[in-house]
Design a protein around this ligand. Structure first.
Ligand code: G
Ligand code: G
Ligand code: MN
Ligand code: NA
Length: 255
């Protein structure tokens, strides 16, 4: 397929870019976290959504190399933001389940790269989905354990949309739950969604996890989530994912 062929050359031809979306700490109203989201600037098609090319990258195994590249970009940005803006700045990176099955996943070299940059593990968090934990092999346990030992934090992405058996919340060391935007979208009208968000937040806190709500687009949603005790929010209300230069400008404006 055409797009798959183009994808092969995209890394060498510098067509990928990592954008950053701020995550606001509701307690202090400050930004010391962001999610890294890859973008593909295709020479003919323009911006191609990761929703379109990440599945292709997974099928072809290219996700391993692409994921490695995203990690390095994110780590470099974390270093810069820690020096310039906030000493505890943390960037979260999405990890596809394929990156856990694959034996040649470069994750060991990630720890080396952090050391090279003089960054502690806490400068990075990885976002995984419930699907990965549902059919977790010993291999997955080992890798998550290795991340944890390196101080890298773990966020459970799209929480509530998978087969939430919840038992894995006990089995794995997870630091953040990210409430999926599906529960946030109609928060001000749908009392069921409000009940679900409140229950997720109470449960997470009792288990010692912090909660990040995704897809926050309105002030009203922010207020409802804050009242429910949510720790962090992310969404268009604060900013869309933006290129690193723009992200830095956004942080400066808030000072
Ligand atoms: O960026 P957007 O907001 O359009 O993201 C669409 C989807 O692509 C999301 O599910 C997101 O998690 C995924 N995605 C974005 N960047 C990355 C990445 O670097 N690695 C992986 N595995 N998925 C990503
Ligand atoms: O699967 P994951 O949660 O990593 O993907 C996040 C996706 O949600 C990205 O495509 C990102 O661009 C998008 N996104 C981020 N904030 C908002 C928002 O406030 N509203 C909507 N509709 N999408 C958002
Ligand atoms: Mn994510
Ligand atoms: Na997410």
């Amino acid at each position: 397929m055409r797009l798959t062929n183009d994808l092969r050359g995209a890394l060498e031809n510098n067509q990928f870019k990592v954008y950053f979306q701020p995550i606001v700490d509701l307690g202090s109203n400050s930004i010391h976290k962001a999610e890294a989201l890859i973008r593909w600037e295709h020479p003919v098609r323009g911006l191609v959504s990761p929703a379109e090319f990440i599945p292709l990258a997974e099928e072809t195994g290219m996700i391993v190399e692409i994921g490695d590249w995203v990690f390095r970009e994110a780590a470099r940005q974390a270093k810069r933001l820690r020096e310039m803006h906030h000493p505890d700045f943390q960037i979260s990176v999405n990890k596809s389940p394929i990156q856990f099955c694959n034996n040649d996943s470069p994750y060991q070299s990630w720890f080396g790269y952090l050391q090279e940059l003089g960054l502690p593990g806490q400068s990075i968090s990885i976002e995984i989905t419930e699907g990965l934990l549902m059919d977790a092999t010993p291999h997955v346990y080992d890798k998550l354990g290795a991340f944890h030992d390196a101080g890298i934090q773990v966020s459970l992405d799209d929480f509530g949309t998978g087969y939430s058996s919840l038992s894995y919340l006990k089995k794995f060391d997870i630091d953040y739950l990210k409430i999926d935007q599906a529960f946030v979208r109609n928060l001000s009208k749908d009392t069921d969604d409000m009940a679900l968000c409140e229950a997720i937040i109470v449960m997470a806190h009792k288990l010692g996890l912090k909660v990040i709500a995704e897809g926050v687009e309105t002030r009203e949603q922010e207020e409802l989530l804050a009242a429910a005790g949510c720790d962090y929010i992310q969404g268009y209300l604060i900013s869309r994912p933006v290129p690193p230069e723009e992200f830095e400008a956004l942080l400066m404006q808030r000072l």
